[in-house]
Design a protein around this ligand. Structure first.
Ligand code: ATP
Length: 722
């Protein structure tokens, strides 16, 4: 620990005193909550209350680490402590002991600057180790302290956080969120928001902190859960700690490939196939295909209690028309209701006709009696006449309706005529039948080559089939009534949501959103039709097969004009020395954007060296070993073109060079290490969208970048600007 100056030592002692008090209160509140949970009643209301209390307990328990990390002194002398969660005093009317970082009252902590002090005089960041305050960083917020262009908030604390060794797990940034990030975290969530930012600008940080903020501010979102979509399982692993650390449990995180319960991707695919199958034109094609599978109008003859009843073709047509906008199985349910109603009416009508006949016959008989016996035995209006007056009572009709509704024979007959369908069979029918494909894809026709490629694909599902399956499943709807509606009995809403393809989420967050095809966008919108979506990404890092080079192109087919864009401009991860290399690479990737501005320097120059093919694996082992030693306690990652991944991994394993990941640029998306070794950078550029891939590879390090190129290739650092 460094020596503290006199004033800082005094400040540390004061903050320690406060932290001790806050920790004591924290522990008291936990005990109090435990007692409350134990004492809740066992009825429905009690259980719901206990669920809420347990959630609060969990949030509070996890907030002990980082309980207080900041302090804001207002110009009027008011002092507020900012922490991971809010803590109230015993006296309910008193000001809170600690303000939750997500509360409006904490906002100035992230946004006040000397040029815009928002009534504040000083911001203080606490450096805390366990339960001990080890230092403070103070930042005066008066106009004299203003620096031109100074847009970094709490610079000392931020640089200390950024300079730390990476653990392989992302950590929270609640103490040092920057102004442009905070604006996005707290932006309204009523329509889609797209956040464009270069590598390392904190897009993932912003996305995850936004989830925590939204769940805190809009409690109803916690009942619907929030969906977080990431590019790979490795990436989801990397961010897995952040939301629980922020106290959030109502979150489902997934890749798009794994989002449909029961469907697993079983094969890879060509880029061409992925591009073709990602196009928005599949949506109308699938709608048209599924619509064509509905039964056609015809006379339907049903048997009821030994008699036949025919629902005319015209009546069937009308009933079909009235359900045309609904998903296939849902439409069948409503259609079945119609038919049962028609049958009930027909049975009633026939009964009544029969009863009328019986009554008329009886009257004739009575008349004969009357004439013969000269006396009346059943004058009109007596009990006999009321029972057999040609109409069925309401109770009788209700009973009939119920029996028809419960009739297994009628249900089986209608299911035979309008059968259950499953999404996988229906999609396979479309994909492997050329004539059908041409017919239904007429709105966005595929050319002959494209048709041949799609119909010739092997069995099993590739990633681009998943959104198609989802679209089919959506058009079909669920077979069982009530499925897909947001209810169930599991304790955690996330478990219910995860198991239900049709779940509607309160909010959806997409990381690396630039990779989404149009059909994947459809899949997202289906899960949140209100458009409460935050998508973060960098259009310049796009590697996916689609051809979009702007957000507008990427989302026009699904979001239309209904979205706004926010930008992140400062790179927190990659040191300035490395960012300076990326300008020409970005230009070659076809971007018109400048790389983001690096906020910090690592003081380590990026390096490159050349090696021949045969010697490359050994050279990687040597370089990785050296980097591992230099960044001991941190992490090293290798990014290489496809063809080098296996040989380089083998060489590292054989040399027992530690647990160093060797990934393609695609696999490295969103990840970071203290040091990155980029292997055969020219090889990376020769892959499709290779310059974008190289841009990803170069921007993964927080400290040091090394490159091993093949002998004879130009050093990338000497690339001319284009
Ligand atoms: N305000 C902040 N305080 C502390 N650390 C931050 C802050 N913003 C970003 N970082 C750190 O900077 C690094 C990059 O952030 P992040 O991964 O969110 O960037 P990104 O924009 O998603 O990058 P990429 O496009 O490369 O995936 C991470 O280590 C993150 O913790």
């Amino acid at each position: 620990m460094r020596d503290l100056s006199g004033p800082e030592r005094l400040a540390v002692a004061r903050e320690q005193e406060f932290l001790d008090r806050a920790l004591l209160r924290h522990d008291q509140l936990l005990v109090h909550l435990e007692r409350e949970i134990r004492d809740t009643s066992n009825d429905h209301a009690g259980k719901a209350r206990a669920r809420g209390l347990r959630q609060r307990y969990e949030e509070l328990r996890r907030s002990r680490d980082g309980l207080v990390f900041g302090r804001l002194d207002a110009q009027d002398g008011t002092v507020r402590r900012i922490g991971r969660t809010g803590l109230r005093e015993e006296d309910e009317d008193a000001d809170p002991l600690v303000v939750d970082w997500r509360a409006e009252a904490a906002r100035a902590f992230y946004t006040a600057t000397p040029l815009d002090p928002q009534g504040q005089a000083r911001r203080r960041h606490l450096r805390v180790d366990g339960a001990t305050v080890v230092g403070v960083n103070d930042e005066p917020l008066d106009a004299q302290s203003a620096e031109p262009g100074g847009d970094i908030v709490g610079e000392g604390a931020l640089l200390a956080a950024l300079g730390q060794r990476r653990t392989g797990q992302m950590s929270t940034a609640i103490a040092t969120l920057q102004r442009e990030q905070d604006d996005i975290v707290r932006a309204p969530a009523t329509s889609p928001l797209i956040v464009q930012g270069g590598p390392g600008t904190g897009k993932t940080v912003v996305a995850l902190h936004r989830v925590a903020y939204l769940l805190f501010t809009h409690r109803q979102m916690a009942d619907q859960a929030v969906l977080v979509l990431g590019p790979s399982a490795r990436f989801l692993d990397y961010i897995a700690q952040v939301l629980p650390a922020l106290g959030e449990t109502a979150v489902v995180s997934s890749t798009l490939d794994a989002l449909i319960p029961g469907i697993a991707v079983g094969r890879a695919e060509s880029r061409r196939a992925a591009e073709i199958k990602g196009r928005a034109g599949w949506q109308p094609a699938i709608e048209s295909h599924v619509a064509s599978l509905r039964p056609q109008p015809q006379d339907l003859t049903l048997r009821w209690e030994g008699e036949s009843y025919t629902v005319s073709e015209e009546a069937v047509r009308q009933a079909l028309r009235s359900v045309s906008g609904r998903p296939y199985h849902h439409a069948r349910r409503v259609f079945t209701e119609h038919v049962r109603q028609i049958l009930t009416e027909a049975v009633v009508e026939r009964r009544e006709a029969m009863l009328t006949e019986v009554e008329e016959g009886l009257e004739d008989v009575l008349a004969v009696f009357d004439r013969g016996a000269k006396k009346s035995i059943a004058p009109a209006g007596t009990a006999v006449g009321a029972e057999i007056d040609g109409t069925m009572s309401d109770d009788e009709v209700d009973d009939l309706r119920e029996r028809i509704a419960g009739s297994a024979d009628i249900a089986t007959f209608l299911r035979g005529w309008w059968p259950d369908l499953d999404p996988q069979t229906v999609l396979a029918q479309l994909l492997h039948d050329e004539a059908r494909l041409r017919r239904h894809a007429s709105a966005a026709p595929l050319d002959d080559d494209e048709i041949a490629l799609v119909t010739g694909e092997p069995a099993g599902w590739a990633p681009s089939d998943v959104p198609l399956l989802d679209a089919v499943a959506d058009q079909l709807g669920s077979v069982a009534e009530g499925a897909g509606e947001n209810h169930g009995t599991e304790d955690f809403v996330a478990d219910r949501a995860r198991a239900d393809r049709g779940w509607i989420y309160g909010h959806v967050v997409i990381d690396e959103a630039q990779e989404l095809s149009e059909m994947q966008w459809h899949m997202v919108v289906r899960r949140c039709p209100t458009g409460s979506v935050t998508a973060v990404g960098d259009i310049d890092q796009t590697e996916a097969a689609h051809r979009h080079t702007s957000w507008d192109e990427a989302v026009r087919a699904t979001l239309g004009e209904r979205w706004t864009q926010a930008d992140l401009t400062i790179c927190y991860r990659t040191p300035r020395e490395v960012m300076e290399l990326t300008g020409p690479v970005l230009a070659r990737a076809g971007s018109r954007n400048d790389p983001p501005r690096g906020v910090r320097s690592s003081g380590v120059s990026p390096w490159e060296s050349a090696v021949d093919e045969a010697g490359l694996p050994a050279a990687v082992v040597q370089a990785v070993t050296a980097l591992g030693e230099r960044w001991a306690g941190g992490t090293v990652g290798v990014v290489a073109p496809d063809r080098w991944v296996v040989p380089v991994s083998k060489a590292l394993r054989a040399a027992a060079a530690g647990d160093v990941p060797v990934l393609t640029a695609t696999g490295a998306k969103g990840l970071e290490w203290d040091a990155t070794l980029v292997v055969d950078p020219h090889g990376i550029t020769r892959q499709p969208r290779g310059w974008n891939g190289l841009y990803v590879a170069l921007t993964r390090c927080t400290q040091e970048l090394g490159q091993l190129r093949l002998t004879g290739e130009e050093p990338l650092s000497f690339l001319p600007d284009e």
